[in-house]
Write a protein of this length. Structure first.
Ligand code: ZN
Length: 320
């Protein structure tokens, strides 16, 4: 069993020639996020930017690196990857590259002031009690305050080249998630992680079957068989194909458990989240638990192993 690496924050560390890892603190979740610096002919490409906490500053971090950062690449619009983009631009003057689909979702979520309310309404439809939804709104606004994405980045598409790296679509953890691939090296964002597994959740106004997307992504990575994968949290992955297969098996198992939680009596995503993740979770974790339960329920619906129903106010699921 892999032991979680000790993190030295904000000190760029060479993980292989031409690739530096920069680890930044997070106030919650895995408590850290990795960004990467990829050496190129005209300077470094910075992949992801952290949450946007004031400390440590990108100025202090990049003062330890030889040469300029000439571009910033965002793997996906989650707060701990895109939130520091504005600060990173201030420190570097570099242009930001972000996926077209990912940026449209980024703008819709972080560019609005009522996203916590909209997502709370949606969770109520999926059975979350109003009191829990209220707490989600509050914590959502606290988190959103840190996020400073960059408006109107240079939009990229899967198949594009970024300083010799190929842009690869890796949807699932986020609809528009992009990774970078060159010479058997995958810079994977949150697509492939160890020892934790990436959260695969269903969210409003998003693709309908994120676990189906992710299953295809994992199969593609196993097929691609890169030499090494650098993820946004946790350990460097030295056997990416094996890790992709292990994560796929983990979700197959969770699908079985989700199916077992269904019966003839209608149940909501909130109900099923208790079977999968336990009864006692703080609201912020319940949010991920419900989103994850829903991604598995919707996958089961697509596979013909569950039925979606509802009374117009609440969405429910039954055994197929
Ligand atoms: Zn993420």
């Amino acid at each position: 069993m892999a032991k979680l690496i000790e993190h030295t924050f904000a000190v760029p560390t060479e993980v292989e020639p031409g690739i530096l890892r920069v680890t930044l603190p997070l106030p919650s979740g895995p408590r850290h996020v990795h960004c990467f610096l990829l050496r190129g002919d005209d300077g470094w490409t910075l992949v992801d930017t952290g949450l946007g906490l004031a400390e440590p500053s990108w100025e202090d971090i990049l003062a330890q690196v030889d040469g300029p950062v000439t571009r910033i690449f965002i793997t996906h619009m989650h707060p701990d990857h895109v939130g520091g983009a504005e600060a990173a631009v201030r420190a570097t003057g570099a242009e930001v590259l972000q996926g077209r689909l990912d940026y449209s979702q980024c703008e819709r979520v972080w560019g609005s002031t009522d996203w916590p309310e909209r997502i709370a309404d949606w969770f109520v439809i999926h059975g979350v009690p109003a009191a829990v939804a209220e707490e989600l709104i509050e914590s959502g606004h606290v988190f959103a305050d840190f996020v400073r994405f960059v408006w109107n980045p240079t939009l990229v598409e899967p198949g594009d080249e970024v300083d010799g790296w190929r842009v690869v679509a890796t949807p699932g953890h986020a609809d528009g998630h992009l990774s970078l691939l060159r010479d058997g090296v995958l810079v994977a964002g949150d697509t492939l992680l160890a020892p934790i597994t990436p959260a695969i959740g269903l969210y409003p106004q998003s693709r309908p079957d994120p676990l189906g997307d992710y299953t295809e992504t994992l199969a593609a990575i196993a097929e691609l068989d890169p030499r090494v994968s650098y993820g946004g949290h946790g350990e460097t992955i030295l056997e990416p194909a094996a890790r992709a297969r292990a994560i796929a098996a983990h979700h197959d198992d969770r699908l079985d458990r989700t199916e077992a939680a269904l019966a003839a009596e209608p149940r909501t995503g909130y109900d099923v989240s208790h079977d999968l993740f336990g009864r006692t979770l703080p609201p912020i974790q319940r949010r991920f638990a419900v989103a994850e339960a829903l991604s598995h329920l919707e996958r089961l619906v697509v596979l013909g192993r569950a039925l979606r129903d509802g009374d117009g106010r609440t969405v429910t699921y039954t055994a197929a």
